[in-house]
Write a protein that binds this ligand. Structure first.
Ligand SMILES: Cc1cc2nc3c(=O)[nH]c(=O)nc-3n(C[C@H](O)[C@H](O)[C@H](O)COP(=O)(O)OP(=O)(O)OC[C@H]3O[C@@H](n4cnc5c(N)ncnc54)[C@H](O)[C@@H]3O)c2cc1C
Length: 173
């Protein structure tokens, strides 16, 4: 994360893939071709392909296998309201403000801001997972229920008791 650097080396392709303008297959083939043409290093191409072929498909699979019901998970019983500053970015917490600003301005921020700053803050502050997921659904250009719920409830908030990530205890009832 760097203050004022909103995109870093990210592709900004998620909205185009999710809306169907690009297929995951053609994006993966283009990345593999870049490797062969020596326009991109192996580690970058491997990581990028793994995110689309691995994480994206896995999120979809979790949604398909767990819905309906998954939208209500809250094993940690977090019930505080989403703070108002999620809507205007007005907070003295610089990391949080710098993660909210791009979303408010452009409907996008990158994975680290979503997971490690906003998700972690929501968990520590014990914000309702459902209010948090609603906010992600409303604010992001690449948001759809199938991708928001597993990422927010499972990956970021552990509200499913570890169903999506490593299970540390009882799964949600
Ligand atoms: C709390 C939280 C909410 C998220 N909400 C969304 C969302 O609403 N829509 C969305 O598409 N992604 C979501 N993600 C996953 C990821 O953050 C975005 O796909 C990524 O930031 C999109 O930007 P990019 O295309 O520039 O990413 P890049 O890093 O340049 O590209 C990686 C590509 O891999 C895919 N990808 C990687 N990780 C994931 C993942 N966990 N789930 C699904 N696809 C993935 C995406 O298609 C993405 O375009 C969320 C992650 C978290 C932690």
């Amino acid at each position: 994360m760097l203050t004022g650097e909103d995109t870093l080396s990210h592709s900004l392709l998620s909205s185009s893939i999710n809306i169907g303008l690009l297929s995951p297959d053609e994006v993966i083939k283009a990345a593999a071709a870049a490797l062969e043409e020596q326009n991109a290093p192996l580690n970058a191409v491997e990581g990028f392909i793994r995110q689309i072929l691995g994480w994206r498909e896995y999120m979809r699979a979790v949604y398909l296998s767990e819905m309906p019901g998954y939208e209500q998970v809250n094993v940690l019983k977090h019930n505080r309201d989403l703070p108002d500053f999620f809507w205007d970015g007005e907070t003295k917490m610089t990391c949080v403000a710098e993660s909210l600003r791009p979303v408010i301005e452009t409907a996008h921020n990158h994975h680290i801001q979503r997971l490690m700053v906003l998700g972690n803050f929501a968990n520590l502050f014990e914000i309702s997972p459902q209010q948090t997921a609603d906010w992600f659904n409303e604010m992001y250009i690449d948001a759809y229920d199938w991708v928001v719920l597993p990422n927010v409830l499972g990956m970021a908030l552990h509200a499913d008791g570890g169903l999506l990530s490593t299970s540390l205890g009882e799964l949600y009832p």
